[in-house]
Design a binder for this molecule. Sequence first.
Ligand code: SF4
Length: 481
Amino acid sequence: MSKYQPEYFHQQAADALANPQLRQNFRGAMDYLQDKRKAAFADAKEESAIRDKAEAIRQRCLRKLPELLEQLEANCTANGIQVHWAENAEDANALFLSIAQSVHSPSDQPLLMIKGKSMVSEEINLNQQMARHDIQCLESDMGEYIIQLDGDTPSHIIMPAIHKNKQQVSDTFAGHLDGFTPTTDVDALIQTGRQQLREKFRTAPIGVSGVNFAVAETGTLCLVENEGNGRMCTTVPDTHIAVTGIEKVVEFLSDVPPLYSALTRSATGQAITTYFNMISSPRKPGELDGPKAVHLILLDNGRTQAYHDNETRQTLQCIRCGACMNHCPVYTRIGGHAYGTVYPGPIGKILSPHLLGLEATQDLVTASSLCGACEEVCPVRIPIPSLLQRLRHDAKLAQEPGHLPLRGQQCAASKTEQIMMKAFTLAATHAPLYHSGTWLAGQVRNWLPARFGSWTQCRTPPKPAALSFHHLMKKKQKGQQ
Ligand code: SF4
């Protein structure tokens, strides 16, 4: 369990703001990523065309999601990939465990799973859950490997160790790796990590990966990466387990290149990544490499809640590029850990309420100035500020019969607020009551307190008018008669 929790967002954010090293690390990294994206989208017309196309593809695929998932399952199965469905994190971990237990470990050592980068595996807390059954999950993405050594969690969805500078990485290695000579030479640090991992790839019986795009038309799993560790995880061990959210399905193979281009340019400013892996089946007879078994775990974990509503469904368009985080004035100052959720920043604020419920995440949806920087850079044009406003509204909104509520709906409305809203509804729907109320408010306007809670700490509370519009009109009519 992470030491950071969304319930403690305010304190965690204050701690992050008071940490000058953390702020310096984030400022430097975010400026770098912003510049890279800007250079990759130098032509505004081209940028707009790429984003239009990516948005249209994601919206089409989400409209057909149930059919596409069935098609994906049928084609993966026909290709020899075993497909499993997980409603929540518990189900997904149970599936991992049962697959792991069916795999023979080559020695009496704990069973080893070597992992490529996967935010969904963070979402289900895979490493900690497997450790309870004496199964070791070793991270092989360099950023993930560094933070795993420290017992830390990712602070960014594509750059998990971005909160650390090279001196801090050297300190981490010095604290955990025998014979390491402290250095701030980045190449030497990378080589050190690689040497540690190389042997593990060879001996691990299970490789784990995420999925960037799952193609329904062909039953193909696409994986985008820069380090080559994803390819190692999916080809060297005898068993490969891919885990992903149900929203990652796309209809056609031809949908992938436009989304891939939008993803890499937005994420790291690259035209393409160093590696692009397409996994369509386990090893076939006569092939020299590849896993003997491939499993695909498709996870819901709250995504169908977002899917059921046309507005919140747009959340699922996300292709996890991280650009909204890199440009968010809140994220760039407090970093990822303060949010206390696996997905931090703007995307985390609109996705986490579906994964964890609004009650646990009610402060996160308010942690935005609604400046719109996230929407301006999102390659699939998710209207993040509007979705935040919708979630803020739902956090106060009573459940209505006939409407599917969001988990935790009305959590942010205090008992006093609920009673006041009920009283207002009653008054607003009964004219005599309403007129008496506005008349009374006008009579007591000078005795009202100067402050009404935190909202008025830096604002002057409005005063009721001495006479309501209705009373003024009545008076005027009387004068005219
Ligand atoms: S919401 Fe948009 S910008 Fe943010 S991670 Fe998802 S695709 Fe990228």
